[in-house]
Design a binder for this molecule. Structure first.
Ligand SMILES: C[S@@+](CC[C@H](N)C(=O)[O-])C[C@H]1O[C@@H](n2cnc3c(N)ncnc32)[C@H](O)[C@@H]1O
Length: 172
């Protein structure tokens, strides 16, 4: 596991290990959005290197960690082994999603993945899905959420994201 050497700034900044530009306000806003309480489980699907997830886990302190799902163990750099789940390929889904209270998708490659997760792993205790990505991609995802149980969509304004990126919270 790589130690995090990333000092987040007030302005969104790119790091080669994360598609989304990261800023302190973005991290704090995301941490505040996540469900709080004992035995909470948050799953980032397509977590990549796990940089964003590790920075979030640091902010959540002892409450809980954000876990990640990836296709290959070689991609993860920052999340501890016990916080990682792996799937067999880009077509595959992780059953841990069926036990998680919130899902995070940061720069997902295909809206189909979210459709499939919603079809197979949506469950009563799933309270929030957070989508982060480029504004120009949102049009491919909006309809997916609008047609699902998570049709209440909040686009976060002034949340610390870069001007061309956005954060959307989907709730029932
Ligand atoms: C564009 S990258 C984004 C990575 C990371 N979230 C970021 O923002 O840096 C998309 C990631 O999704 C992963 N991925 C694709 N299909 C997946 C699946 N079915 N389950 C889990 N991860 C998947 C890819 O391996 C890749 O790392």
């Amino acid at each position: 596991m790589t130690a995090i050497s990333f000092a987040s700034s007030t302005e969104p900044r790119h790091h080669p290990d994360c598609c989304m530009a990261i800023s302190q306000p973005l991290l704090h806003n995301l941490a505040n959005l996540l469900p709080h309480g004992p035995a909470i489980s948050v799953l980032s699907i397509g977590s990549g290197t796990g940089l964003l997830e590790s920075l979030l886990s640091q902010l959540l302190e002892d409450s809980y960690d954000v876990c990640g799902v990836e296709v290959s163990p070689n991609v993860n750099k920052y999340l501890p082994e016990q916080n990682m789940f792996f799937v067999g390929g880009t077509w595959d889904l992780c059953s841990q999603a069926g036990k998680s209270h919130a899902w995070i998708f940061t720069y997902p490659r295909e809206s189909k993945l979210i459709v499939q997760y919603l079809e197979l792993h949506d469950h009563a205790n799933l309270s929030k899905i957070i989508w982060l990505g480029p504004k120009m991609d949102w049009q491919d995802y909006e309809g997916v959420f609008a047609c699902s149980r998570f049709s209440h969509l909040t686009i976060l304004e002034d949340c610390g994201a870069a001007a061309y990126e956005m954060v959307v919270v989907a709730e029932p």
